[in-house]
Design a binder for this molecule. Structure first.
Ligand SMILES: *[C@@H]1O[C@H](CO)[C@@H](O)[C@H](O)[C@H]1NC(C)=O
Ligand SMILES: *[C@@H]1O[C@H](CO)[C@@H](O)[C@H](O)[C@H]1NC(C)=O
Ligand SMILES: *[C@@H]1O[C@H](CO)[C@@H](O)[C@H](O)[C@H]1NC(C)=O
Length: 206
C-alpha cells in the first residue's frame, strides 16, 4: 500500500517535472550579461500573424508603446526601400522609456524627455524558427563599454495560441550603470510591448 502510494507520488512528481521542463522557450541560450530584461506572453492567434506583426516595422508606430520607430537604414542612415529585416543591416530605433500608456497609434506624440535613439545591427532573421535578433552597436566615438543583444521569438503552442518572447542581455561596464538607471523601466517597456502585441493580434479575431 505505502509502496504503491510512493510509486504513485513518484509518478505524479515525474509528470510534473516533465510538464515544467516542457514549458518551451524558443529563445536561444546566450552568454549571461550584467543584466537582462525579458518578457513572455501567450496570444490567441497564429505564428504567421505574430511573425508578420513582429517584422512589419513600418506598422510599429500604430501599436507599439515602447518602440515608436523601427526603421531599416543604410550605413548613411537613409531609409531603405525594403523594410523587412535582413541580417547584417542597420536598424534605427526610437524608443520611449518608460513606454507610453496604451493604446497608441501613429499620431500619438512622444514624451520628449523619454526619447532614446539607438542603432542596432540585425544579426538573425530566422523566419522558420520565428526568431529575430539584433545587437546594439555603440558609436565608437562615444567610448561607452556597452553591448546588448535582443532576441524575439514567436512559437506555436497549440490550442490556437502563439507564445511571444523577448529578451535583451546587456554586457559591459556601462551596463551596471544602465541597470540602476533604467533597468526597471526597461523591463516594464518589454512587458508593455508584449501586452500591446497581444492587443494587436487578438483585436483581429474579435
Ligand atoms: C536574465 O536574468 C535572470 C534574472 O536575473 C537570470 O536568472 C538569467 O540567467 C539571465 N539570463 C541571461 C541570458 O542573462
Ligand atoms: C536617422 O534616421 C532616422 C529615421 O529617419 C531619423 O529619425 C534620425 O534623426 C536620423 N539620424 C541622424 C543622425 O540623422
Ligand atoms: C552585423 O551583423 C552581421 C551578422 O551577424 C555581422 O556579420 C557584421 O559583422 C555585423 N556588423 C557590425 C558592424 O557589427
Amino acid at each position: 500500500m505505502t509502496v504503491h502510494r510512493l510509486k504513485a507520488l513518484a509518478l505524479i512528481l515525474w509528470l510534473q517535472t516533465i510538464g515544467v521542463c516542457s514549458v518551451v522557450t524558443n529563445l536561444p541560450e546566450v552568454p549571461h550579461g550584467v543584466f537582462n530584461v525579458s518578457t513572455r506572453i501567450e496570444i490567441r492567434g497564429t505564428k504567421h500573424a505574430a511573425w508578420t506583426a513582429l517584422t512589419d516595422f513600418p506598422n510599429y508606430p500604430e501599436w507599439n508603446p515602447f518602440v515608436r520607430a523601427s526603421i531599416m537604414v543604410s550605413s548613411e542612415n537613409a531609409t531603405l526601400r525594403d523594410q523587412y529585416p535582413k541580417e547584417g543591416r542597420r536598424l534605427f530605433l526610437r524608443t520611449q522609456i518608460p513606454a507610453l500608456p496604451l493604446p497608441v497609434n501613429r499620431q500619438t506624440p512622444d514624451i520628449k524627455a523619454n526619447v532614446q535613439y539607438s542603432y542596432e545591427n540585425v544579426t538573425h532573421v530566422q523566419r522558420k524558427q520565428g526568431r529575430l535578433a539584433w545587437d546594439f552597436t555603440p558609436d565608437p566615438n562615444l567610448q561607452v563599454d556597452l553591448q546588448s543583444e535582443r532576441w524575439s521569438a514567436v512559437s506555436d503552442i497549440g490550442h490556437g495560441k502563439v507564445l511571444y518572447e523577448s529578451r535583451e542581455v546587456f554586457h559591459g561596464a556601462t551596463a551596471e550603470y544602465l541597470k540602476g538607471q533604467i533597468g526597471e523601466a526597461l523591463q516594464a517597456c518589454f512587458d508593455a510591448q508584449a501586452q500591446a502585441l497581444k492587443g494587436l493580434l487578438e483585436q483581429c479575431d474579435k
